[in-house]
Design a protein around this ligand. Sequence first.
Ligand code: ADP
Ligand code: MG
Length: 342
Amino acid sequence: DTLVNQIAAGEVIERPASVVKELVENALDAGARRVDIDLEEGGVRLVRVRDDGLGIPPDELPLAVSRHATSKIASLDDLEVVATLGFRGEALPSIASVSRFVLSSRRVGAEHGASLQVDGGRVGQVAPRAHPQGTTVEVRDLFYNVPARRKFLRAERTELGHIEEWLRSLALARPEVELRVSHNGKPSRRYRGGGEERLDFDDGAARLVETLGEAFAQAALRVEHATSPRPAEDGREAAPALRLHGWIAQPTYSRASADQQYLYVNGRAVRDRSVAHAVKQAYADVLFHGRQPAYVLFLELDPARVDVNVHPAKHEVRFRDARMVHDFVYRALHDALSATRA
Ligand code: ADP
Ligand code: MG
């Protein structure tokens, strides 16, 4: 079973940033309003994620770190088989199979907390442990038992950079959640949540300053564009309801590289060449500008019309109406940018 978990880990747990991603997404799934992320040595030595979510009852801790074993896989030669399986319910067991892992939690309303240790896939016993409401997952010495993978890890700065970039992308999508990061014992990032003390908290605009900075926010142009669904008629295809909202920076803040292009589809950060092309094309057509636009854009559409499971870790999507989505995004940006030239 440890072998199966290690193979699964090989598919999706590439580096400390993948661990952070899986753990923070679990925290958000549990309704956390605040997530603390403590890192050491770029996350290689330690990733610890603590949340104030619902928590896990003691008797469910073993469940959280176990998966359905498949008898089809006996050795690493069967890797191709694994590649086709999903990753649902596999993150914790996978991570725990390639690290020194501790899961601690106290369920909302429960009097006592508990924890469970897993060492390179060897699951220990549930033990009582004091813990505030919520969950802490501690992942030490990633890949300590898989030297072949450990040697692919990069310098501390590089691994930290991957983590910070992913957190920035998440922070943009979830402005209501407070995220606090420390590295080697020092506070390194803080994204404030939407508490009462932030009366100015305007639909993510404050988070925009925190994530991409004052200069981006100053140059940012609001995008808000929607279409109604249209049934098929007169030989024309049916069109889904689409909404695009967010910000694009004006050319005063254009970039030489595509490093600040954040696209979310139904709240998930994704990469999509066709949508990126549509934005760039509108930018170039309206503003006659050859540089890279910086943007944060949220596309929303019927989940049935987009496939997000193309690859579990790579954030690619497939649109049922790819051409329509491209043209819609082009039109949305074209309108928003044209308004500034009037
Ligand atoms: P998945 O998220 O796909 O269900 P995971 O392996 O990431 O699989 O997590 C397994 C399970 O452990 C979750 O379904 C959830 O029940 C529980 N869990 C993990 N992390 C947390 C957390 N931070 N708070 C509450 N429950 C959690
Ligand atoms: Mg998960």
